[in-house]
Design a protein around this ligand. Sequence first.
Ligand SMILES: Nc1ncnc2c1ncn2[C@@H]1O[C@H](COP(=O)(O)OP(=O)(O)OP(=O)(O)O)[C@@H](O)[C@H]1O
Length: 651
Amino acid sequence: MPVADVELDSVDPWSPGYVTPASTPSPRSARSCSPGGPDGAPAVPVRGDAAAPAGAAAAAARAHHAAPSSRVVAVSVREAHHNYSQYSFNSLLTGKPAVTEVLKDFNMTVQHGNIYALLGSSGCGKTTVLRALVGQHRFTSGRVRVFGKEPRSRGVGVPGPTLGYMPQELAVPDGFTIRETLNYFGWLAGMTAASIEENSAALLRLLDLPPRDRLVSNLSGGQQRRVSLAVALLHSPPLLILDEPTVGVDPIVRQSIWEHLLGLTSSGRATVIITTHYIEEARQAHVAGLMRRGALLAEDTPESLLSALSCVTLEEVLLKLCLRQDIDEVEVQKMLHADGMNMAHELEAIKDKSLRVSARDEEEGGQDGDDVKAKQHLRTSRTSTKVKALLWKNFMWIWRHRIISTTLLFLPAFIALVYTGGVGHNPRDLNVAVVNGETDCADWKGVGLVDCAAPRHLSCIFLDQMRAQSLQPVLYAEEAAAERAVLRGHAWGVVHFGRNFSDALVERAGITVSVGNPAQGDEAVEHSAVNVRLDMSLQTIGHLLQMTLSTVASQALEVFNSQCQANAHMIRPPLQFMTDLRPSDRDPSFLDYSLPGLILSVVFMFGFTTTMSALLPEKTDKILERSLVYGESHSIQVHSRSFTGVGRQAV
Ligand SMILES: Nc1ncnc2c1ncn2[C@@H]1O[C@H](COP(=O)(O)OP(=O)(O)OP(=O)(O)O)[C@@H](O)[C@H]1O
């Protein structure tokens, strides 16, 4: 679609020299809502009165900021129904979720360049409507159109930078300063650093915010709300959806916010949908939609509503409409006749008018939908700025939590250090139950005194080597007792030497044939075997013991071999390990098994916990949802207008 680039307005409502229209006296345009005070303030004090501008001033401000005459529909909702389903323990048993019906046949029409105030009591479904408009969820049934298209459809930019969204929650990243918050959302919306800087400065003045380097978490509740509003206004989106932006804001700033919104809408640069609990401030809106129990009761200009129902305040209007919804028609008629008013008739008139206007506007919207877009100064948001925003946000998160992050970074190394220094050494002095059928080694005098011609105590060489390898041989008279010791956890294994161990070993090695019948080779092999039974319930210890006992056996044979120049190699397994091609600089140890596992588990656990601790607040504080509303785009086209014209260049 060809895009027409239109000239920017010459007046900059944020520029220092800008004179707010409220300062310009203007006649009040409301028809019959008789003001109670000399300044036009309502006679009946209502909630938000203190903050709301006097009725006359409000109408005057809006009259000054007259909405554009275009009747193009920017946002429409038709026949919307919405249910929330929730699974509780009971519903799990019954298999059916608890269903809450929130919206019932809800209709709404917002014209381009209008401020639409959606009013209603707490819990009536306002936020549910707004969340559907920004594309955070879909209605159970019904139609939603934003600039002629369904949210999330291609090219509409909703969610995306077409939208400025201020949710009810603060929804700004934890630990950020005002500057960082604005930078983050500005980049997500595809703005340049220069335009972020320029618009931020203007917004800080407008919203009376403290210096930009203050942490948002250290601001007062009202200041935090204003930062959130600044985020929504920052990229000058063509559609602003603001969920209670004036909560906790003092009357003066509240008024300047309204004037700013009126300034934006009067020039056709923005359409605003706003919810507020201060109902009276909605008199400044172009259209008020009054809602109750999920349905729209009426939708018209505040003046029309006030005059049609002969009310002084919008609160009264809402009250009367609520009564009408509650009380039986006949009762209403009676009550109205008693009052001398035919309210039912007036209400029907309002409703008819609303529906007629909606139908006509929607038709016109269909024709002119493209025109709206053509009037926008468009730009395309680049993925690179979003990536930059996300990387930067994560970096800032790490930086703000640098003590924790540094600890997490070095913790695996620290744990490995402690483990290798204090815990992870090879286990020493492991008890091994030895049953020696050959000798108790009481008369063993050492390897130097071995009778090489007829060695009798070769098993003692094995025991010596066990001690050399930091094992603790404990002698048992019987195999059964040794096994019991292992089962009771007093030893890690049983090593059994046969009665003729030395003779059989010598025979097996082929050194001498002095043992009885030389033909009985099988017997020699059997008697020269050292039987080992291990406790493998702790595998790392069991494997270590296996390795150590192999070393003991080969070293004992080595000793015997060198002492007696015997050919003990004969009884070794045929597998021969030559010099290693890439030799290890040390013997394998218990650490080699256990440390990699430990480091991997620590890294995994800390990676997991850090990610969760970063993600959970994003989810619970609605930062993720807000980021998605800004960052999500399908070839986004954004109304982009710098207020001084400096930031007009394409981003
Ligand atoms: N996720 C949800 N699951 C179940 N019920 C929900 C959920 N969100 C909202 N509701 C219910 O839907 C109803 C309307 O909620 P909603 O937030 O839209 O009201 P609201 O008019 O914005 O109220 P308020 O002015 O207090 O913010 C409420 O009864 C609320 O408890």
